[in-house]
Each structure stands twice: as C-alpha cells, then as structure tokens.
Design a protein. Structure first.
Length: 378
C-alpha cells in the first residue's frame, strides 16, 4: 500500500477491517444475542474510522476501544479483543503515538480479562491459552506500525541529508568559482596596473624627449610597445583560462621572472638592488605566483607613488617559509585601496596561503614584508 495515495490506502484498510469483523460476527459464536443490523453497522463504523486514522490517531484509538466495550456489553457474538483494535493500534503507532497504542492495548486486555474472569470463565484457559494470541496480535500491530514510522523517518532524514549535502556542494562550488574569479581579477589588476604605470612613465619621458632627444623618445616608445605586448599575451592567456578553467595551473608567473619586473623600476631611474634566493626555483607554483604578484604590486607602488630613488627586493627561504621584502627610500606611502588592489590586495594574497604581510613607514622609506609558508620538500 506504500505506493498508493494515502486516502486510497485508508479506504482499503477500512474496507478490510469492516469485512474481517463482519465475517467474524456472522459466525455467531457465543454471546447472549445474535448478530443483527446494529452489529454489522458497528463493524462498518470501525472500518470507517480508518479514514480519520492519520489526522486523529488518538481519537480513533479511544473510539475503537469504547466501541469494543459497548459491543460486548450489548451481548453480541464473540469477536475477540485483538482483531477489532489491531488496525487502530497499528495506525496510532505509525503516527508516532506509541505510548497511546501501548496504553490502549493494555487497557483493552485488562478490561477483557477482568470481565471474563468475573463471568466465571476458566482462569487457566483464559490466561494461559486464549489470551496469548490476542496479546501477540496487538503487539505485532504496534510493532509493525512503529517500525513503518521509523523507516519513513529514516528515509526522510536521508532525503534531508542528501538535500543538505547537495546544497553544501553547490555552495562550495560557488565559493570556488568566486575565489577563482577573484584570483583572476587580482592577476589582471596587478598585471594591467603595472603595465599602465610603465606606459604612463614612458609616455611622460617620450613627451618631454620629442624634439629634444629623439633617441630617448624612441626608447620610451619601444618600452611602451614591449609592455603592452607582454600584457596582451597575459590577457589572452587569462581569457583562454576563463574558457577552460581546469587549465589555470598551466599559467604561472614566477619569481624567476622578477628581473623583467625590476626593469620597470630601473627604466624610471630608480636604483634597484635585488637578492633572490636561488631556491625559489623549487617553490610550489601557488606560492611562487603569489610572491611574484606581491613583488609586482610593491614595485608598481614604488614607481607610482613613492618618489624613491632606490628600491631593494630580497627573498629568503628558511624553516619552511618564504620571506619577501621590498623596501624603498621614498617619502610617500602607497595607498590601501579596495580588494584586489594596493596593500589590501597584497595582504589578501598572503592570507590566502596562510601567510602574513606587513607594511611599515620608516624615516628611510617604506617597506613591504611578506611571509609565505612553503611545502616541505625532500
């Protein structure tokens, strides 16, 4: 019946109860009064109660028990005590009313036992033989109903768990997509921002040199061309990655490319001192790329904002940690701008890898200091 609509199952159960009771009553076994229309209507009434068993399980139990007592009080043929109440006991247990089911079963058995013994029936027969199958049938009805309720509850829990798992998976996927987009946005900002700084710097050089020193003007324009070409290549690679997200790991910038980055500062007339630990060649790609982007942003800020005449960049690897320091002798402090830019963007890159980034203004200039954990390698 589990595949049937609820109301159809209730109708089938009600008809079954009415037919079983009608068959037992028609046997006319015992009783002081033969079965009549009232007795059969009583059987139909107990069957009709099954239509209300889901909404009012306790009421169906009480009415069924009282109806059984009234039936026997009227002296109609014996029908036992378990058969009339079995369906009501099952329904209440199925609805989660286990205590009410047990209490009703005990009450019905106790009342039946007392009245039969008061009537003078043989105690050994009533207690030792006739009572046992009735108790077994009622216990089975209660157990079956409670077992069905437990299975339904377990299935509902499993469905809820599956739904929650699916929702959690969707949230994790959305978070990963968001993080990937944010990472790409940071990369684009750092790369394009650095290139625009180069273009701005050399545009000023070219503007001032035109008509006075054509060689310097040409050199500045060449640097602008090189910077824009390199950025366009990176932009094309990024667009390709957006089309094929699974290939992101193949596009990795590295501290090994830092010399090309420092050329920007040198071309701006800034004296560059660079000490890069050769061990950076063995860095994990994510750490290597993050360190490069931090260095790129720090150098870009030096060129844009500091007015420095010297910048010092140094990396060391010790005790499982990459330390990156970029220090200048300028007077201006680089701006902390929204996410993905400036000091905020560098800090987020470091934190994403479990590292730290600090900045400090000193009398001699401005310093960016990053510490990034490195995987232990044999």
């Amino acid at each position: 019946m589990k595949n049937l609509p609820a109301w159809v199952a209730d109708v089938v159960l009600g008809v079954t109860v009415a037919l079983v009771l009608t068959a037992v009553i028609s046997a006319n076994h015992g009783g002081s009064q033969r079965a009549d229309l009232v007795a059969y209507l009583w059987a139909a009434g107990l069957g009709a109660l099954m239509l209300a068993r889901r909404r009012h399980p306790r009421a169906v139990l009480v009415v069924t028990a009282l109806g059984l007592f009234a039936y026997y009080a009227a002296g109609y043929p014996a029908i036992g005590v378990a058969v009339p109440v079995a369906a009501a006991l099952f329904s209440a247990a199925e609805a989660g009313r286990l205590a009410a089911s047990v209490l009703t079963a005990v009450t019905v058995v106790a009342v039946s036992l007392v009245f039969r013994l008061l009537e003078g029936q043989d105690t050994a027969f009533v207690v030792g033989y006739d009572l046992v199958p009735h108790v077994v049938l009622m216990v089975a009805a209660v157990a079956l109903g409670d077992s069905l309720r437990a299975r339904r509850s377990q299935r509902a829990h499993q469905r809820d768990l599956a739904a929650l798992t699916a929702m959690r998976h969707a949230e994790e996927m959305e978070h990963r997509v968001h993080e990937e987009r944010l990472s790409i946005a940071r990369d684009l900002h750092d790369s394009i921002g650095h290139t625009l700084s180069v273009i701005s710097l050399h545009s000023d050089v070219a503007r001032e040199a035109i008509g006075r020193d054509d060689r310097d003007a040409v050199s500045a324009l060449v640097r602008i061309k090189e910077a824009t070409s390199a950025t366009m290549r990176e932009l094309r690679t990024t667009v390709a990655l957006l089309r094929s997200p699974g290939e992101r790991a193949s596009r990795v910038v590295s501290l090994r490319d830092v010399d090309a980055l420092l050329a920007t500062a040198r071309s701006a007339g800034i004296d560059v001192v660079s000490r890069i630990d050769p061990a950076v060649a063995g860095l994990p790609s994510m750490v290597d790329a993050a360190a490069y982007r931090i260095a790129q942003e720090a150098v870009t800020n030096v060129v844009r904002h500091s007015g420095a005449s010297q910048v010092h960049i140094e990396t060391t690897i010790a005790d499982g940690t990459l330390t990156l320091t970029v220090a200048d002798n300028g007077r201006a402090r680089p701006p902390a701008t929204p996410t993905g830019q400036g000091i905020t963007g560098m800090t987020e890159r470091a934190r994403a890898l479990g590292g730290t980034l600090t900045t400090r203004r000193e009398p001699t200039g401005f310093t960016v200091h990053a510490r990034l954990p490195v995987e232990t390698r044999p």
